[in-house]
Design a protein. Structure first.
Length: 363
């Protein structure tokens, strides 16, 4: 099937092969290789998950606007090797940057960035620093984009009040008769509900500026140079939309701060690594300290609490609703994930003062 899809894009050469690529859980992603005048050249083919992204065209439009804006910035700076420092979309033969197949699935194609790699887990402070610096630069590059043109690809994505309402509705419905099994976790949700009040106030009264942010700042969404280990292009731009930098910073710490995976069941192993936190702060603020407002900087650590709490709620809600959103490998997988995130939140709250001192060190 993929071979027939390739015929709809402006790609020269002969199709050779394809294979699954990356570790994402939402879109189908393939590395497709062609013979171009005797040289093997690869492209990334992505089928957009229309169950998650109800408006796939908006995803492509956003990606095009953002990458063109960044490319213009790189050209103005006389950056070398621009195609390795920003995602490049390939045009389809219909003169658009996507193709819709017979199943109404949307496909987009990107240039493959050679001599670069991604990592799924932060092992070192250097990895944390380089990835967070790349995300900081990404946000800085978009600080003057016309945000009115960027569409919301997933409504209420980080709306904590909305997530809590869905959670409360799930408890009331109790479709899988699981509510009685999670009384401790429900109590963990309830004791942290005030986190949702503060973020709502800061956003509603304009204290936190709305910026164009990535919204999925895991380390594997940064391409790192094989030779220098420097952060190159930020990838996986499907969730780029308006929001607050608190979300991006919070998700960097959530996904990279813990020494174990998010479904680790040994709670004693879960803690927020303060050395990794500091490396992320240093990298992120090295790009953004002169861009962010005082209110944003003062609330970065609070943003970590918000995102970890939100993710705990999402996992717990899915467990209560009989695992309808996240893929699972065993019956209590989402419950284990939720418990893991609550343990991480507890570790963060115990170290909050030290974390805030570290932020102040780099401004």
């Amino acid at each position: 099937m993929i071979k027939s899809i390739t015929n709809n894009f402006i790609i020269y050469g002969d199709y050779l092969n394809s294979k699954p690529f990356g570790s994402g859980h939402i879109n189908d992603t393939l590395l497709v290789t062609f013979n171009q005048a005797g040289e093997e050249v690869s492209y990334i083919f992505r089928k957009i998950n229309k169950n998650v992204f109800k408006n796939p065209e908006a995803v492509i439009d956003n990606t095009l606007l953002v990458t063109n804006h960044i490319r213009n910035k790189l050209e103005q700076e006389n950056t070398n090797d621009i195609s390795r420092n920003v995602v490049t979309l390939v045009k389809a033969k219909n003169n658009k940057y996507y193709y819709v197949d017979e199943n109404d699935d949307y496909w987009a194609v990107l240039l493959f960035i050679k001599n670069a790699y991604t990592v799924d887990y932060v092992d070192t402070k250097d990895q944390a620093y380089r990835a967070s610096k790349a995300f900081g630069k990404f946000t800085k590059q978009l600080s003057d984009i016309d945000s009115s043109k960027i569409k919301e690809t997933i409504p209420n994505y980080h709306n904590l009040k909305s997530r809590l309402q869905v959670f409360d509705n799930a408890i009331e419905a109790d479709v899988a008769a699981r509510v009685g099994l999670v009384s401790k976790e429900i109590a963990d949700v309830d004791k942290n509900r005030s986190l949702a009040d503060k973020i709502a106030i800061l956003l509603n009264d304009g204290s936190l500026p709305i910026r164009i942010i990535h919204n999925d700042t895991k380390i594997n969404n940064v391409m790192l140079d094989e030779e220098t280990n420097k952060g190159l292009a930020v990838i996986d731009l499907d969730t780029v939309m308006p929001g607050t930098v608190l979300y991006d910073f919070g998700d960097m710490i959530r996904s990279s701060g813990s020494p174990v995976e998010e479904d680790e069941t040994d709670i004693s192993k879960i803690n927020m690594r303060i050395n990794i936190f500091e490396a992320i702060v240093e990298g992120y603020l090295s790009e953004l300290k002169d861009v962010l407002t005082n209110v944003e900087i003062e609330n970065l650590v609070y943003g970590v609490e918000v995102i970890v709490y939100e993710q705990a709620i999402r996992f717990l809600t899915d467990y209560i609703m009989s695992d309808v959103y996240y893929s699972i490998k065993y019956e209590n997988h989402n419950l284990d994930r939720a418990r893991n995130q609550f343990a991480l939140l507890d570790s963060i709250q115990k170290q909050k003062l030290e974390m805030e001192k570290i932020v102040n060190k780099y401004i």
